[in-house]
Design a protein around this ligand. Sequence first.
Ligand code: C2E
Ligand code: CA
Ligand code: CA
Length: 788
Amino acid sequence: MNPDHTQESPLVLVVDDEAVNRLILESNLKRQGFRIVSASSGQECLDLTRREQPDLVLLDIIMPGMDGFQTCQILKDAPETRDIPVIFLSALTDTGVKTKGFEAGGVDYVSKPFDAKELLARVRTHLTLRNQERQLRVYSEKLEEMVDERTTKLKQAEQDLQRNFDMQTALNQLLHLSLQELPLEELLQQCLDSILGITWLTLQNRGCIYLQEGEGDVYRMVAQRNLPENVQVQCATIVPGQCACGKAIAEQRILVVPDEDVEHNKLSPEGVEPHSNICVPIRSQHATLGLVNLFIQRDTLLTRQELVFLGAVANTLMQMILYKRAEQRMLHHVLHEPLSNLPNRTALLDGLNVEIKQARDMEGYRFALVLINLDRFNRFNESLGYDLGDKLILSSIQRILDERKAEEDVFHLGGDGFAVLTRQLREVADPLLLAERILDGLKQPHQLDGHEIQISASAGVVLSDARYDHGEDLLRDADIALHLAKSRGRGRFEVFSSMMHEKAKHAMQTFMDLRLALQREEFVLFYQPIICLTTRRTIGVEALIRWFHPARGMISPLDFIPLAEETGLILSMGRWVLEKACRDMREFAIVIDGEPPFMVSVNLSGKQFAQSDLYEQVEAVLQETDFPPECLKLEITESVVMENAEAATRILERLKGLNIKIAIDDFGTGYSSLSYLHRFSADILKVDRSFVSRMHMGDENLEIIRTIVTLAQALNMEVVAEGVETEEEVKTLTVLRCDYAQGFYFAKPMPLEQLVQGSLLGKGEQESDRREGPPDRRETSGRRDTDE
Ligand code: C2E
Ligand code: CA
Ligand code: CA
């Protein structure tokens, strides 16, 4: 096709065997601006038509040799000339000839002799037609081309879509995997398998995934597929920057390592087809968490789409890793004590349950639990500061860790509580020896920040027993044994026995009853007279609580005060005692008003003493009962005061502001030294019964009392001797110039009515044997002590 047709004037081929005809036609057409070529025979016409590609042929019908019809037929049969319009020139006018001409493919006739106008009109018409036709063809060809192009594009888009879909599916699959409750490394292995299974990626079916070890600089291979053994060994760990993978990690970008890379090639053993590698770092915001290394076909360039996909894969893996790590951290948090990072109480219960199951499944399997608690830790903690307290805990844990063996796990139960679980117990004595070793180890002084701190610990031991179904029960029993160790003097351990369990159950029942006792008005106050040793007059009384249990009869405070302390019931109970004592005395005072004022002593427990509104409570009771403050004496034991000497000093001073008196109870049994004494604004010291009752045994106790009396006098304090039982004791105390005495020798604690009726003011002796039973249990049980 001649592209210039539109610009150039049309070319017309004139075919006629008669030269005259040709001349006429040529001159006519030329004059109208056509270009002309001419031929004198059919054959010449064919040659010229092929060569010149005219826009139109004027063809004579009757020619020697090949006639016009034949020539036309041949032109129409050949594709390159088929479209050229042919107009026949004929002297014949009958329709039969015309029909033949149309059949041969001609488009028109021009009759000889020519009419110039007709000729031109016909030529022009057909040229125009031809032109239009040609344009149409060009247009339709273009259209076809366009359609083709669109179709390929559509196909491409469709393929892209399919891949996108595949990618999404693959990524979804990875996300799905990450929801499984599997260890991270197993998840990564599954992810790797799943990535390598995607067929449209130009991958070989080999690769591996690295994971950063801790926060460190080493990346360890945690998943691999089809890697030759030597690669697995040599590339087990990588360091940032050192090899191609290391470089991808250090530079945080995807790296394609070509086949020629020596480092990678030397690793490829026989039987592995030549390949390139692609190293895709798994990045989080700040760090490279790991790396995916895939074998790709040799020298392939990954498409953009593939690269984007691998980037998305790395991103998904990143999220999976971060998620799993957060999960692990949370789990760790749930099962560990933050201070020590040791497994905690929850972990211990899990461990105990595992052991209980093991013991049930396996004949003869035994285990043991040792529960350890520092003695009076709170005192250290408060006086030295929590910082040093924490250090003391950590140092204690180290001592325990030093003693344990492989099959023994150490737990930190929070604060100063620890536990050791012994699995596969061989000898029953083992946990006892372990407890002994641990307590000995803890007893050694701790050097902390230049302080030398000495502290003891107590322990409770439980041996496995078929009775146990739950870890909680075992832990509870260890706790009971531990408590017993504390109450038996601390710095020791006790092994749990079922008898203890009975006792604990009993304590539980007592606690339940105790809660109701106040409402049911089962408490009563007894009063024990306090005698002046010089005048032998009763100068006051100590209020002592009694519990009349509907079923068990009278219960000694020794049996319920510690429990009330532990459970907090002491607070309401204590308040009741204070109020009741004041009211009782108010009545009583009508009878015994005198000078010096008659005093009532009320005991305050440690918990009561620690109440922040103690001052307000006492003040309120004094007001409500209209009780003269100078007649009230509060007794606080030495150990409570010493628990936190500084705070105690402040509280005591404040209380003194109410114009009441303060006595330090059980003096001599606690930890305080006489040198502390001057710090407390106390008025009275009560020397503990243990010194009084042993005075006769040797000079030492006697000397202690003498020293206490001397010192008290120097500090302007008065001394009361507790538990005076014999005439001899009274004499000795008088000689020692002790001010007052209290004890069975003078009178036992008694109900209010008896006190009033007895009118024992000043004597007291005659009342001594009427009330409470023999002092049996008090002799043996002594003060019960619970820790902190
Ligand atoms: P405490 O304050 O040292 O009370 C003195 C205890 O010694 C009383 O025991 C008393 O009966 C006993 N006692 C007195 N004279 C003699 C004696 O000559 N020989 C012997 N063997 N014992 C004597 P009780 O009443 O059993 O009280 C025991 C402890 O219970 C008290 O020791 C006190 O710490 C506590 N307590 C009693 N009542 C209350 C109270 O209302 N509130 C508080 N917080 N504690 C109380
Ligand atoms: Ca007392
Ligand atoms: Ca006492």
